[in-house]
Design a protein around this ligand. Structure first.
Ligand code: SF4
Ligand code: SF4
Length: 279
């Protein structure tokens, strides 16, 4: 199964849960798809056995062949190209705006005037920690979109025979949609605070639009606080687990450690429940 772990906002404990869950159901494959700020490796401490560049094609205009007609710039949906016609005859390319859509190459009427060349947009690291396979994408700062790198991570685990845990970026934007799409189940990690419930409601709306089965994990659950429970009840959603608030876990987290081994029995029950629903 492919299980995505998402949250309406950062700092809910999404990565902590993803890693503890991956360990509880190991052998498994943990994929850190929070490519703008991946931090799973800090806690998992995998042995990294490969680091590859992630590249995408971008245009290169060949002086001497280009007639400065401006068709490519006119067609670029992201304004990444500027063509200054004769007598100035200048071309400007803004790589951070380019989404590698290929439109400019498609519309260029002059053969060989605009070629596509690979440009490094990030890296993909792979490794292993015990029974957990590990992969993370790291997007270069300032890149236009995290979506292609997340898509590539997912492509690489598409045929993995075991269970894959996809640690999605926080929020509800396109990268999150890319991370959770076509998974079997989405676990939503939420904190029992008014902000936490507000952001949870946004991510639930998105998941419902994608028609994906989903359930809630409450992190930092506190006796007597029913904010998330009340929301879940109003939406008819299932709460699969409550991770209690713990200063000890917070201290461990600040040291780059996690309580691997704790909650395993409970998380295996969560996994069993997910299998019943989506397996
Ligand atoms: S469309 Fe081709 S020929 Fe025209 S300005 Fe762009 S690169 Fe040059
Ligand atoms: S590949 Fe797409 S986004 Fe990039 S410059 Fe060409 S048209 Fe613009």
């Amino acid at each position: 199964m492919k299980i995505a772990v998402a949250s309406g906002k950062g700092g809910t404990g999404k990565t902590t849960f993803s890693l503890l869950f991956s360990k509880a159901i190991a052998p498994s494959f943990y994929v850190d798809a929070d490519v703008e700020e991946p931090n799973g490796a800090i806690f998992l401490k995998p042995t990294v056995n490969s680091v590859e560049d992630f590249t995408e094609p971008v245009p290169r205009i060949i002086p001497g062949k280009c007639t400065y007609c401006g068709e490519c710039a006119k067609a670029c949906p992201y304004k990444a190209l500027v063509i200054i016609p004769p007598p100035a005859k200048k071309t400007l390319f803004f790589p951070e705006l380019c989404h590698s859509c290929g439109v400019c190459a498609y519309v260029c009427p002059e053969k060989g005037a605009l070629i596509e060349v690979p440009r490094k947009k990030g890296i993909i690291r792979r490794g292993k920690s015990g029974e957990i396979d590990f992969m993370e994408g790291v997007l270069n700062l300032g890149e236009a979109s995290a979506v292609p790198l997340i898509r590539e991570l997912k492509r690489r685990v598409k045929n993995y025979p075991g269970d894959v845990i996809i640690d999605a970026p926080p929020g509800t934007s396109c990268p999150v949609v890319e991370a959770v799409e076509e998974t079997n189940y989405v676990l939503l990690v939420a904190e029992p605070t008014p902000f936490g419930v507000h952001d949870l409601s946004l991510v639930v709306e998105m998941i419902e639009m994608l028609s994906l089965p989903h359930g809630i994990i409450i992190n930092k659950a506190q006796e007597g606080n029913t904010l998330v429970e009340d929301f879940a009840e109003s939406k008819g959603m299932e709460i699969l687990y409550r991770i209690p608030f713990s200063e000890e876990i917070a201290r461990m987290y600040s040291r780059g450690e996690l309580p691997f081994g704790e909650f395993e029995e409970g998380f295996r029950k969560v996994y069993k429940r997910i299998k019943e629903i989506a397996g």
